[in-house]
Structure formats: structure tokens, C-alpha cells
Design a protein around this ligand. Structure first.
Ligand code: BGC
Length: 254
């Protein structure tokens, strides 16, 4: 595993974060840059921002990019909470061309899940683990005996006639002014729907809102075990950096 810190980004509907990650220890190796997602969050505007952030965080080697969309072979295929012009965009090729370094491009919840399973709340867990990120949307990552099923997108599962993320994301709580018990009840409906279909052994609940775990964590209920994410809001960056390190190893071995 690469010893020098790896540059990683987590692009969200509201903020873009960048940091240097010590992958072996699973921690940020310095300050995290946090910028509002450009109002015109089209690919070019976001790429400009990512290139600026790379200049502010001098580093070398591969780069990780966690993104809030279906991510397959470098291309974004959906855009629920980001500009629609991303659909069909080869984000990996664009960023590689901008910064001249190899890029690992993956879904943000999958990235968070990789971090949690490798060194966080899901470490050493077998069976079915479902990692959730509650933020602008709801991200999901499913692991079976530690192996990821990528791009599950269950934030869009319909629960009683409404998409899960329109019912219970952290943004919904803020937008509708829900108190913690009201919001926890909405999250519980989503957990019940996921459980009925997938029977996970454990839900790892992440996203920035978990800073308030004491207000809502004890109110969450499921037949599966429920644990808070370890990396909280940094999981996307840390997991993206892990994916970048794996990419570098893979390339040097082939
Ligand atoms: C997107 C997912 C993403 C999740 C969390 C959803 O709206 O479709 O790709 O993982 O939000 O950002």
C-alpha cells in the first residue's frame, strides 16, 4: 500500500471536499478543504474546482474521486443530486487529463462503505452489511462477506409511494424542520423496507448527520443490528483514497 498520502475528493450535492489521506492508518493527513458545490455544477465547473484543490494540496500518485452517482468504468450514469450534464460523462478521463494522474472513480456511498469495511465500523464483519450515508440524498453500499456489490442506489427505492431519500435523507430533516423523533421514524421506515428485501445482518449508518448520533441513534430500530459509521463525514474521502491505492497496486502488478 502506498506510503505517501493520497489525494481524495468527495463530491456532494452541497459541498466538495478534498484531503490527503494516510491510507494505512485510515485518517486524513492534514486539513480538509471544503467548498460549496458550484451553482453551475456542470462537469467543467467541478473539474476546475478539483484542479484548484489539487494545487492547494500538493501530492503525487493516484487520486480517489467519490461521486454521488452510478459510477462504472470511469463514467457517471445518473445525476439525482448533481447537474444532469454529468450523465454519460467520463469523469475519470476528464480528471486524469486535468491533473495528469491516475484516478479511481467510484460512487460516494461505495467509497464510504469501503472505508467502513476496511478500517471502520464494518471491519471484520461477515454476512450482509449495508452501509448507508444520510446526506443530501441517501447512499447505499452492500457488502457480502466483505465484497462490495457496487452501485446499489437504494436511496431511490420507493417506500410507501415516495423515494427513500425524499422521505428520510438528512436534507429532508433540515428542509422540513423535522425533530429527531419524527426524522428517526422516517429513517426506520426506510430501514424496514431495506430489511424486508435484503435481510442485512447490520446497518452501518453514516453521513454528516451522525455527529448528532446521540439524538437519533437510540431511536433507530430494525431487526438487523444498527451501528454508527466510524469515519462519519470523512468516509467518502478515506474510501476513495483506499480505492486509489488499490488501483496503483493493481497497475504496478500488471
Ligand atoms: C445518488 C447516489 C448517491 C447518494 C448519496 C443518491 O441520490 O443517486 O448515487 O450515492 O445520493 O450521495
Amino acid at each position: 500500500m502506498a506510503a505517501s498520502p493520497i489525494l481524495a475528493y468527495d463530491v456532494g450535492g452541497s459541498f466538495v471536499k478534498a484531503g490527503l489521506v494516510n491510507v494505512a492508518e485510515g485518517r486524513l493527513a492534514g486539513e480538509v478543504l471544503r467548498r460549496a458545490t458550484p451553482a453551475d455544477a456542470a462537469p467543467e465547473a467541478v473539474m476546475d474546482l478539483l484542479a484548484d484543490m489539487a494545487r492547494e494540496l500538493p501530492s503525487g500518485g493516484p487520486v480517489g474521486l467519490a461521486f454521488p452517482a452510478v459510477a462504472k468504468r470511469g463514467v457517471a450514469w445518473t445525476a439525482a443530486n448533481i447537474d444532469k450534464r454529468w450523465i454519460g460523462t467520463d469523469a475519470r478521463a476528464l480528471l486524469e487529463a486535468r491533473i495528469g494522474r491516475p484516478v479511481a472513480f467510484l460512487n460516494d456511498a461505495d467509497a464510504a462503505g469501503v472505508a467502513e469495511m476496511t478500517l471502520g465500523a464494518g471491519r471484520g464483519r461477515d454476512g450482509t452489511v449495508m452501509v448507508l450515508t444520510l446526506g443530501t440524498g441517501i447512499g447505499t453500499a452492500i457488502f457480502v462477506d466483505g465484497r462490495l456489490l457496487p452501485n446499489t442506489e437504494l436511496g431511490h427505492l420507493e417506500v410507501r409511494g415516495m423515494e427513500a431519500e425524499h422521505r428520510a435523507s438528512a436534507k429532508v430533516r433540515a428542509d422540513r424542520g423535522l425533530d429527531w423523533p419524527e426524522w428517526a421514524a422516517a429513517v426506520n421506515e426506510v430501514l424496514a423496507a431495506y430489511h424486508a428485501l435484503l435481510w442485512p445482518d447490520v446497518f452501518v449508518v453514516g453521513g454528516g448527520v451522525t455527529e448528532n448520533w446521540e439524538h437519533f441513534g437510540p431511536l433507530l430500530k430494525s431487526r438487523a443490528e444498527i451501528v454508527p459509521a466510524h469515519f462519519r463525514n470523512d468516509a467518502g474521502m478515506i474510501g476513495a483514497a483506499m480505492a486509489a491505492a488499490a488501483l496503483a497496486e493493481h497497475r504496478s502488478a500488471s
